[in-house]
Design a binder for this molecule. Sequence first.
Ligand SMILES: [Fe+2]
Length: 235
Amino acid sequence: MQRPIGSLGFPVFFSTLSQIAIARNAKECFELLRRIGILVILGRLRIAAIVKAIERSIHNESGWCHKKLNAKSSRFGASNSKATYLRITVGMNRGTSPDVAYVLEIWPSGHYSPIHAHANTYGIIKVLHGEINVKLYRALNVERKRPFQEVTLYKDQVTWLTPGLNQIHKLENKSPNKTCITIQAYEYISDEVSHYEYFDYITNSGHTIDKFDPVSDIDYSEFKEKMITEWNNGI
Ligand SMILES: [Fe+2]
């Protein structure tokens, strides 16, 4: 496994995965990255203030996170409690999508996404807390599930997607005890809102491919209120 170098500065972000290829049209990704930075700087996310509440909500059977994750165990096929993560939309309502969609994703220790292929979108994935392991694949193929690249990203580090590059991947929190929180920004080329973050994935059985219909688990403002309420109530 390769640990990327550097953690701050735009050129470093894009050189960390230089073995893969540096997209010629990565300027769209720089713009997404800049907008994420603005979101965080403006304090709309303030993740650090609620990380402990999120951790407790994951581990407490009465917690919203715990219950939501359990409810999603069959989201990608046969029930698998580890093949789950939380998707929290930031600053948007479905159906009135702006040109950029932000999704906060919460990855408990040991949890992962399926291998999936995005729909030729521009995208940025930035780690806000913990670490995330990223595997890249040349094709979405149930017979060939060997990644051609693997990297672990730590806080403030970033990976990206552009049309034709890095579209097929699997994300996994390999930390033994620490939750990972990432923020993703996607800019879809199509005018059709329904294509937002749409992807195909290999199901939990490993033998079939299905389509992911993007669903938000909750909006970030509501989520933050829930975590604060749970924390104050000792959940
Ligand atoms: Fe993805």
